[in-house]
Design a protein around this ligand. Structure first.
Ligand code: CP
Length: 354
């Protein structure tokens, strides 16, 4: 049974994920067959943080399914500006609609929203934590362009510390057999320890290098990411990190003939425009697969048969999350909730330790 919310893609079994990606592939071939799949449904898009692809692809997806949309992408023009809490906004909007999509700058916000929503909640990105529908996009893309989701050597380059897309993608691809990772970053922007521990726990191999050139010949997939200026508290630190990794035609010559270059976009300067014409550059096609993946997800979550009551973590009044970027720090009424993991207790909202 599919979980009622989609906060983390790992809530889905591989079978459920494959069902959704199968459906996305069918929709991409015959979109008109699905043009009334959500005819009487209304979706709210709550975007507390800027977005082009995620917001517009969700909206396009719902409209192409025959549904309707409401929402905001400027919380300053809503009662959030008067101090309305996430809880109150979610209760109200979930009363109006059939499904909520939320992007928020604070880690764990989507999970917090799901506690108060009467309708399914989709995490459209929560701070530097997770971005499950980008990962769905990536999986649908890999199935179509690489022809498989297993036995891949996946390079990830750029801001691996703050990049929620790479965190979600690692956790997902570790579930398919034979995948391994090469992390290409500066020491400052290295993959967080909790993701590396997760991979080790799955028996998944990874290595860390400092240059694109040394990884390139071995990669089946190169996943480029932007240095995320908005996640830096120190502007000088951002200045020191920006522009370090740039994929250009010279570096592409070191890659395999069937390499897939992906990027969640937006790009700043990490992929030179000359690479766009290389047949191995799939990042614009990736955005289209994202819309089909979201269409499939909306159909599943709004269908009666897809519903089930989500398991809520047990209350843990003594647990205090140590992550200063956790939603519990800005929405103080939230109950303290923890999850037991092989590495001990973690925050149920943002997955950090106490
Ligand atoms: N990939 C992605 O999340 O893009 P947006 O920030 O434009 O939605």
């Amino acid at each position: 049974m599919l979980a009622r919310n989609l906060i983390d893609l790992n809530q889905l079994s591989l079978e459920e994920l494959d069902d959704i990606t199968d459906m996305a592939c069918r929709i991409s071939r015959h979109p008109s067959h699905y043009s009334s799949a959500c005819r009487d449904k209304l979706m709210a898009t709550l975007f507390y943080e800027p977005s082009t692809r995620t917001q517009m692809s969700f909206q396009s997806a719902m409209l192409r399914l025959g549904g309707k949309i409401i929402g905001f992408d400027n919380p300053g023009a809503t009662s959030v500006a008067k101090g309305e809490s996430l809880k109150d906004t979610v209760i109200v909007l979930s009363g109006y609609t059939d499904i909520l999509t939320i992007r928020h700058p604070v880690e764990g916000a989507a999970m917090a929203a799901s506690l108060y929503s009467g309708v399914p909640v989709i995490n459209a990105g929560d701070g530097g934590h997770l971005h499950p529908t980008q990962t769905l996009t990536d999986v649908v893309t890999l199935r179509n362009v690489a022809g498989r989701t297993d036995r891949l050597v996946i390079g990830m380059c750029g801001d691996l510390a703050n990049g929620r897309t790479v965190h979600s993608l690692c956790k997902c691809m570790a579930r398919y057999g034979g995948n391994s990772f090469v992390f290409i970053s500066s020491e400052t922007l290295a993959m967080p320890a909790y993701i590396k521990e997760y991979l080790t726990g799955c028996g998944c191999q990874y290595s860390e290098v400092r240059t694109i050139e040394e990884a390139m010949p071995y990669l089946d997939v190169l996943y480029m990411t932007r240095i995320q200026r908005e996640r830096f508290t120190d502007p000088d630190e951002y200045e020191a990190q920006k522009g370090v990794y740039v994929l250009d035609s010279k570096k592409m010559r070191l890659g395999k003939p069937d390499l897939c270059v992906l990027h969640p976009l937006p790009r700043v300067d990490e992929i030179a425009y000359e690479v766009d014409d290389d047949p191995r550059a799939y990042y614009f096609r990736q955005t289209l697969y994202g819309m089909y993946g979201r269409m499939a997800l909306i159909i599943r979550l709004t269908s009666e048969h897809g519903h089930c009551v989500p398991e809520k973590p047990a209350a843990d009044p003594d647990f205090i999350c140590a992550n200063p970027k956790c939603i519990t720090k800005v929405e103080p009424y939230l109950p303290r909730l923890s999850l037991e993991t092989p590495k001990g207790k973690v925050c149920a909202y943002c997955e950090h330790h106490s």
